[in-house]
Design a protein around this ligand. Structure first.
Ligand SMILES: C[S@@+](CC[C@H](N)C(=O)[O-])C[C@H]1O[C@@H](n2cnc3c(N)ncnc32)[C@H](O)[C@@H]1O
Length: 235
């Protein structure tokens, strides 16, 4: 029987399971309206927070290169890493200029490569697949090897009871222990828009959230309600 994707939590870089997930094309529906809107918001956030016109980006857990396409449209130079060969094969077929796709477990990649040339490291919707120990290992490696000027951008659902996700407090603490300081935040939350004609994915200031949530919660995928972006610098 096919597993629900939520059951793949805490996989710790188990390649076979992710290959299995990618036996279906686009398993997380990343080309759908909802995720594309998320990508637009993240792009806006990157443009606002990074002043250089050409960024060198390391994208960890790039899947089939869906967000990579957005980065390439901005003419950024991207190295994109994913554990799944199927995903990387599909990403390569997109023939994106200035994108290098690499199939490797992300902790191994960060440990074994010089990542000091990157201006930004993206950890989008991927950190929660690692166990506590592996999260620590990844963050330590990133802290040690990232350029002091570079920023780490993390996107994840927070304040959630699902075992897979961290509370916002714990996420910030974990990164803090590993030497990262919070750089800036939208002080807002990305709401997901399923069932609301693809319109509502936007940054909602926290003070408005409660009211909106009350109006709309029945349409929203619960674990996406608190999806949030964080930008960290090395302390
Ligand atoms: C939910 S998708 C997120 C894709 C994209 N970053 C986004 O935000 O839409 C998670 C991706 O991370 C990859 N992944 C999970 N654990 C990984 C690991 N330890 N090393 C490399 N890639 C990993 C999976 O294969 C999958 O493609």
């Amino acid at each position: 029987m096919k597993k629900n994707i939520d059951e793949y939590s805490l996989l710790n870089g188990d390649k076979n399971t992710f290959e299995n997930v990618f036996s279906t094309e686009d398993p997380w529906k990343l080309s759908g309206t909802q995720e594309q809107l998320r990508y637009k918001i993240v792009m806006k956030y990157i443009r606002k927070n990074f002043l250089k016109s050409v960024l060198r980006v390391l994208e960890l857990g790039c899947a089939e290169g869906n967000f990579t396409e957005y980065l390439i449209r901005e003419e950024y130079k991207v190295t994109a890493v994913d554990i799944s060969e199927k995903a990387i094969e599909r990403a390569k077929k997109k023939n994106l200029p200035n994108a290098e796709f690499i199939c490797e477990e992300m902790i191994k990649y960060v440990t074994n490569n010089d990542i000091s040339r990157f201006d930004v490291v993206l950890l989008m919707e991927v950190i929660y697949y690692l166990s506590k120990e592996k999260k620590v290992e990844l963050l330590e490696q990133l802290h040690e090897k990232m350029n002091p000027e570079a920023k780490l951008l993390v996107s994840a659902p927070v304040k959630n009871k699902h075992e897979m996700f961290l509370s916002e407090q714990r996420l910030l603490k974990k990164l803090g222990y590993k030497g990262f300081g919070r750089y800036k935040d939208y002080d807002g939350i990305i709401l997901s828009s399923k069932g609301i004609s693809g319109k509502l994915l936007e940054i909602i200031p926290t003070y408005r959230l409660k009211k909106l949530y009350l109006c709309l919660h029945k349409y929203i995928i619960p674990f996406r309600i608190n999806q949030k972006l964080f930008l960290f610098r090395k302390d």
